[in-house]
Design a protein around this ligand. Sequence first.
Ligand code: PBG
Length: 332
Amino acid sequence: MKIIGSYPKTRLRRLRKSKWIRDLVSESNISFNDLILPIFIRDGRNKIEKIKSMPGVKRYSVDKLPVILKQVQKYQIPMVALFPYTPDNKKDQIGSEALNPENLVCKSLRFIKKNYPEIGLMSDVALDPYTSHGHDGIIIKNKIDNDQTIKVLVKQAILQAKMGCDVIAPSDMMDGRIGAIRKALDKKKFHDVSILSYAVKYASSYYGPFRNAVGSKSKLKKDKKTYQMDYRNITESFRETGLDIKEGADMIMIKPGMMYLDIINRLKKNFNVPILAYQVSGEYSMIKNAINKKILTEESILESILSFKRAGACAIITYFAIEIAKKLKKIN
Ligand code: PBG
């Protein structure tokens, strides 16, 4: 880029001198339209419980979902992402509960579709909330078996679509699952159900608080490095994204967020699909804890979210969604 001008004729501070002019020339902005709120669901009735690993985030029983959904409505968050805290006695080696039409995600999808039809619904396709070993796939001979897992994921995706899910989000990182899911959705005439592929999902330690929130942390043996991406790599993110688009993904997700802004930026420049980012649980808890301890101010939240927009993300999944939308409303 050619730099034009020189001091004293050129003074960059002129365009920073008051709020209105800074707003006028700002290049990236965040709106409530760019936010997706993850919601944790638990069993039982009349239950709202705090999650230790994620201060300020709660788990809701299905009947209590209106408490949070009313906020979603009020602040016009376009979509929510559902995550179940499955009771231990419903977990097994193969994650059978994932295919139970009465599981927490299915119940919630039906409930929200019926009572809050204007809210977009997204749900994860992966087995980790349902397996006794905490992995996203089925273990055969001590390995996460790619092709056997896909067969179950396809069924899980179809079930979620039947229950009213708008956006199917495979987060399991098996090879070839996007193509298989798209084919099955089309065969069942779910042409309008879209696929948001967690195409670029790194094996990250920043998922820790989430695993606690869905109750898979204590279960998980070893790590997820045989299927999630190696954080030393960039090239792989191009291959993953290219393949998933070819297989039928409508949107691509990059995860975690803040540590991977370089990846968001590169993919945005090279692919013409919507790129979304997930500000994951570890990022959330880090910022939230620092705010609670008065190490950071509340504005650090907006700054973190804006970095995703600057990098090129069109939307962000964030546990701060309501807080951010509240702040934006106040400003407007
Ligand atoms: C499950 C899944 C994970 C997250 C979303 N879906 C965790 C994992 O892969 O272990 C992480 C979300 C977060 O940390 O906020 N496949």
